[in-house]
Design a protein around this ligand. Sequence first.
Ligand code: COA
Length: 176
Amino acid sequence: MLIRPWQTGDEHLAVKMERHLSARSIDRRFLVGSGGRLPRFYLRHIAAGARPEWDAQVALDDGELCGWAEYGRRPACSPAADLAVLVADPWHRTGLATALVRALVHRMIAAGVRTIEADVTSGNAASHGLIRALAGAQQSPSYADGLLHYSFDLSLVPPEPQVPTAAARRRRAEAQ
Ligand SMILES: CC(C)(COP(=O)(O)OP(=O)(O)OC[C@H]1O[C@@H](n2cnc3c(N)ncnc32)[C@H](O)[C@@H]1OP(=O)(O)O)[C@@H](O)C(=O)NCCC(=O)NCCS
């Protein structure tokens, strides 16, 4: 399993992942009836690539996308960002969503994000489980417009330990 930042062209892998996504998973992600397809407006949105308003972390298995975690915010410098995750059905409950979000945390902090927001339908036990796994069991959502709304400090989410790159290791050795 490879977990890495979003790259240009990943939207094509996202379309290929549709065959591993149930309509229920897509509906839950987008909070609308999807007909089992990723919304076309959304594909245009992610095809624009990583930018201050939006970024994502993807998971690949043997070159195939099996999930991604993303954040979006408006304005682009806002310290609060909406978090969303979509994992291919065969990969559910393998810890993938947790790993994706934790791998995204460093880049969210570097981008100035301080608060995570998430809207979830009340029946989405997997999302509630994910938020508790990330930010602690004490998280309790507020209710607005028919959805449960979570808001919590990004510092509550333990990030993945960062493995220094060869270049970073070399620079550190040179500095010593
Ligand atoms: C929500 C979703 C991203 C979770 O992905 P996942 O990879 O299965 O999640 P993880 O395996 O990392 O599990 C995270 C936690 O949630 C719990 N969990 C996952 N699925 C669950 C379920 N169906 N019921 C209860 N708890 C569940 C896990 O047990 C885990 O808790 P733990 O660490 O205490 O054991 C995935 O179900 C999905 O893609 N759903 C459709 C889209 C969606 O609803 N997105 C979220 C809204 S934006």
